[in-house]
Design a protein around this ligand. Structure first.
Ligand SMILES: [Ca+2]
Length: 201
């Protein structure tokens, strides 16, 4: 019994030390308030329920090698340290790499300031920056997940040449068909007129 109590006490004592591994609800709440969309921990973490648990991408399921990678990520206090944390997704890794752990913790007081510090990175390559996806509450790693108008504008910018070519081709197609029909009409009238002429004479 005493040993069990000691284990529980030790666990409780160590909980604050696990702080950096916990999800940061401040960011989630700020993004939801700004965008009006509901997001989950999978915005930055490997698991949608966050890092606490025993499922894939959560601390309870990490191998010794994963734990080493986690500890390396936890000590990436300054920006510029390449991070590959087993409990973060690529966007979470990118945040730690780009801003550093120290700055990220400070940004919990004003989460949306992060968008001014993220630069123009666009991890999913959908043409909408990661910072803008944070403001929109759309996932920065899902190429087809974006604000509809932003995606429309991006696609328009990317495909303008094909769209212009399509319009030109359609125009000439319609123009050609109308002329062809006119020619058939003319020929038909001519043929009918040719047959009627002898009777008239
Ligand atoms: Ca994007």
């Amino acid at each position: 019994m005493r040993a069990r109590l000691a284990t529980i006490s030790l666990t409780l004592a160590l909980l604050p030390l696990a702080g950096p591994a916990h999800a940061h609800p401040e960011f989630e709440k700020a993004i939801e308030a700004r965008s009006g969309r509901t997001i989950d921990c999978a915005f930055c973490h490997a698991h949608p329920d966050g890092p606490e648990g025993v499922h894939a991408g959560q601390i309870g399921a990490l191998s010794p090698a994963d734990m080493q990678a986690l500890n390396r990520a936890r000590t990436a206090f300054e920006p510029g340290t390449e991070v590959d944390s087993p409990i973060l997704n690529d966007f979470g890794d990118h945040l730690v790499t780009a801003l550093g752990k120290k700055r990220l913790v400070a940004l919990r007081q004003a989460p949306l300031k992060m968008v001014d510090e993220l630069g123009d990175s666009d991890l999913d390559g959908d043409g909408i920056s990661d910072a803008q996806e944070m403001l929109d509450g759309t996932h920065p790693l899902m190429r087809h997940h974006g604000a509809p108008w932003s995606l429309f504008v991006v696609n328009l910018q990317r495909s303008w040449f094909e769209i212009v070519m399509l319009i030109i081709a359609t125009f000439f197609g319609v123009y050609g068909i109308s002329h062809l029909l006119r020619w058939f009409g003319h020929e038909a009238r001519g043929a009918l007129g040719g047959e009627e002429d002898p009777k008239d004479g």
